[in-house]
Structure formats: structure tokens, C-alpha cells
Design a protein around this ligand. Structure first.
Ligand SMILES: [Zn+2]
Length: 363
């Protein structure tokens, strides 16, 4: 990327002065209350509070590195982020029927993590938590970022090759979510853009299919003349004011991620596996598993091996049923959570035990 190109993508971020902001928000809320069919269009700016770097802002990624490389790297971290206040507020507005539909240029899956049902959202650039079977065309939704290689369809009669749906810059966008968003956008009487600089086509065209459009963003956009209102503010600030107008209170988000431990005895050997709670997906929250048990020769401490799929595996000899093994599940660094220590009594056969990782996010 040439120096000039880098400069060109740096967009100044600023917020309106408080008085101007308040006047514009009052206008937005009255437009919302008059509207019958509100649609929302979200971009990277709504996820910045969730620690995903914005793509085009002053501190954004595109200013320093090529987005293709950066998005590839960031994908691995998307397992460990949680919805922002704005995601939760949008979900609540949809649940109450105030907002009819959401289209997003983000592929981070945070709208769905906040509880927004698939029926009300179009991931215009795909979603790193969804993979598609190239043979039967079925979409499979996962609770962890889809692993890259060697994935096969869950349907045992199909076993077609699975492909990630999260697209990177320069890749072709999936047709279905765009077509759906396009049809719904045309019915809209008020489109609200939140945290998007509207630079990526065809996403940037969607909000202007509505009768009128409002843009909430920290930077100016090339479409500012096409909108009835441009509000320069942080997404969470504006969403708090919108929620207040609708008497919506959001104080926390409880994130629950399940993972499973399987112990299996065959031919006097124990196989241990730590994986996700659904078939065909690894546990995205666990970064290491340590085990501790007593033998005649003394205390044994081991760390389980991780495989390419992202599971943790181990085979143990000289183990008897009824023995107790202490498992220490270490969670990924980004969660900033203490390890979970669980004592397990080994039993005959294949035994599945389910555990939960719970984090309360206070807004
Ligand atoms: Zn299939």
C-alpha cells in the first residue's frame, strides 16, 4: 500500500458538541417514533468497544496494514469478544418491534451473540461463525469461529465440503444475505447507519433504499449529503439515549459458553477429550487443560495435547475406574478469567460431562 493510499484512508474522528448532539438526537428520536419500518445498518464502529479494531478510523487498521492480513489474524480472536452495549440495545429494539431488520458489514457474529435472531439479520459479508456446505448448500451455525481446513458437512448422507462464510476484503460477497437485505431495505421508511463509514460496496447502498437515512458515525462519510441527519458520536452514547427514549434498561450481558469433557475406557486405556458442546465444533474458550491425579508412584501432573481441530486430547495408562482426576481448564487470555478446577471420578464407558464458562459483562 503506497503512502498516499494510506493517507487517503485516514478519516478524522470527532464528536458533535453536546448541545448540537442533543438537538440532533431529539430529532432522530422523533423520526424513529414517527416511522413504521426502521432498519439498522452497522459497521466496524459498533464493535470497537468489544476490542475489535475499527477498519478505517484514525486508529483503525487500514491506516497501518492491509486489511486482508489483519482480518485474517483477527478472526482467531473473534471467539473471545462479547457484544457491546450497542449490540444488546439493537437486539432489544428488535425484540420490542421498534426496529424491523438489521444488516451488518461486520462478520464478527456479535449481533447473534447478543441474542438477535437470524430472521432479523443479514450478514452481508458472511459470518465467521457460519459455514456453508458446498454440496447440499446447508448453512451450519457454530458457537466458535469456524476452523479452516478439512471440514465436512454434519449431514452424514452428504459429507460435502464445508466453506467459511466470513468474507475478507476483495472476496465476493455471498448472494443470499445481500438479496434479503436489499428487499427489506426497500420497505424501510427510516434507515439508521451506526458505526459505518459506508465505504464498502454494495453494503453502502442499502441504507439509501429507505425513504430517509440517518448516519451515526465518528467520521464523515461520502453519503452525508444523502442523509437527513448526520450525528457524530460514539455508538454506545447514542444508543443509551435511544434506549432511554424507549424506557429500555440494559445493565449487563451474561455470556455463557459450554464445553464438554469426554472420558472413555477401552482395553484398560482411558481416552480423554475436551471439545465444544455441539458435534463438529471445538471449544473456543479453553486455551489449555491440565490434569492432576495420584498413582502408586506419586502425584502426576500433565498438560493435555491440543490437536489441529482445537480440541484437547490425552490417553492414559494405569488408570482405574473410581479414581479421581482433577482437571484445570485455563481460559483464553482475552477473557481475563480464573481457571476452572473440577474433580472428576472416572467411570466405565464413554461419559460426557458438560461445563460452562460464564462471564458477566457490566455496561
Ligand atoms: Zn451438506
Amino acid at each position: 500500500m503506497a503512502e498516499n493510499d494510506i493517507q487517503r484512508t485516514v478519516l478524522k474522528e470527532y464528536t458533535d458538541n453536546p448541545e448540537y448532539y442533543t438537538r440532533k438526537m431529539t430529532k432522530l428520536i422523533s423520526l424513529m417514533k414517527e416511522s413504521k419500518f426502521i432498519t439498522i445498518y452497522t459497521g466496524a464502529g459498533i464493535s470497537t468497544a468489544a476490542s475489535i479494531p475499527d477498519i478505517r478510523g484514525e486508529h483503525g487498521l487500514e491506516t497501518k496494514q492491509t486489511p486482508l492480513v489483519v482480518l485474517g489474524l483477527k478472526e482467531q480472536d473473534l471467539d473471545c469478544i462479547y457484544p457491546t452495549y450497542t449490540h444488546c440495545a439493537i437486539t432489544e429494539l428488535v425484540d420490542r418491534g421498534v426496529v424491523k431488520f438489521v444488516a451488518t458489514s461486520n462478520h464478527d457474529g456479535l449481533h447473534q451473540k447478543s441474542g438477535l435472531s437470524d430472521e432479523y439479520i443479514a450478514d452481508v459479508f458472511g459470518n465467521v461463525f457460519v459455514e456453508k456446505c458446498l454440496k447440499c448448500k446447508m448453512l451450519w451455525k457454530r458457537s466458535v469461529v469456524v476452523p479452516s481446513l478439512g471440514r465436512k458437512c454434519d449431514d452424514t448422507n452428504c459429507r460435502g465440503r464445508l466453506q467459511k462464510t466470513g468474507t475478507r476484503m476483495g472476496e465476493t460477497t455471498p448472494e443470499e444475505p445481500l438479496n434479503r437485505a436489499w428487499e427489506i431495505a426497500k420497505k424501510s421508511d427510516l434507515a439508521i447507519v451506526i458505526g459505518s463509514s459506508l465505504t464498502v460496496s454494495p453494503f453502502c447502498q442499502l441504507p439509501f433504499l429507505a425513504k430517509q437515512t440517518v448516519i451515526l458515525n465518528l467520521q464523515d462519510t461520502s453519503y452525508d449529503n444523502n442523509s437527513v441527519l448526520n450525528i457524530h458520536c460514539y455508538c454506545d452514547t447514542a444508543m443509551r439515549d435511544i434506549c432511554k427514549a424507549y424506557s429500555i434498561e440494559i445493565s449487563q450481558f451474561k455470556m455463557i459458553r459450554k464445553f464438554c469433557l469426554y472420558t472413555d475406557v477401552t482395553n484398560d486405556r482411558y481416552s480423554i477429550l475436551v471439545t465444544g458442546d455441539a458435534s463438529n465444533e471445538p471449544s473456543g474458550v479453553v486455551s489449555a487443560v491440565e490434569i492432576e491425579y495420584e498413582t502408586a508412584g506419586g502425584k502426576i501432573l500433565k498438560e493435555m495435547d491440543s490437536n489441529l481441530k482445537g480440541d484437547f486430547v490425552m490417553e492414559l495408562d494405569n488408570i482405574a475406574c473410581g479414581m479421581s482426576i482433577v482437571f484445570v481448564f485455563v481460559f483464553r487470555e482475552h477473557f481475563d478469567s480464573k481457571p476452572l478446577k473440577e474433580s472428576v471420578i472416572l467411570q466405565e464407558g464413554n461419559v460426557r460431562r458438560e461445563f460452562e464458562f460464564v462471564k458477566n459483562i457490566i455496561y
